[in-house]
Ligand binder design. Structure first.
Ligand code: AMP
Length: 112
């Protein structure tokens, strides 16, 4: 998508600190971390919302979660981590390209 910042990061048009990349996902460091480790995992295919997930995208998201789980040690998340997907205005979603926040590296607060 032309004006999507994450599509530009995926295309290499905007710099990022990449942590992992394969043919279908990219994991990079969040520019404004809220935890000692704060990564963003994005599917390379542009879509914004879980309501847009069809069978193929569901399978992609399943593989993505499996990948994060298998990579937890090399991502520095061996002591535990939290995954967050913000969806829409009330959740404060600012980038409308589906992404999974990966938070860890320290005990995480749980606040509402
Ligand atoms: P959300 O509020 O769930 O849409 O999260 C968007 C996240 O993207 C925020 O945590 C931002 O700090 C992060 N972000 C925005 N621009 C960049 C960028 N150029 N590189 C890395 N992270 C970014």
């Amino acid at each position: 998508m032309n004006d999507c910042i994450f599509c530009k990061i995926i295309a290499g048009e905007i710099g990022s600190t990449k942590v992992y990349e394969d043919e279908e996902i990219l994991i990079f460091k969040d520019i404004a971390p809220i935890a000692k480790i704060h990564l963003l995992c994005v599917p390379k295919e542009h879509f914004a919302y879980l309501s847009e997930v069809d069978g193929a995208r569901a399978a992609l998201l399943g593989r993505t979660l499996q990948k994060i789980g298998k990579m937890k040690e090399e991502l520095g998340l061996g002591d535990g981590y939290r995954l967050v997907i913000n969806q829409g205005e009330n959740a404060g979603q600012t980038v409308h390209h589906l992404h999974i926040h990966i938070l860890g590296g320290e005990p995480l607060p749980w606040e509402k």
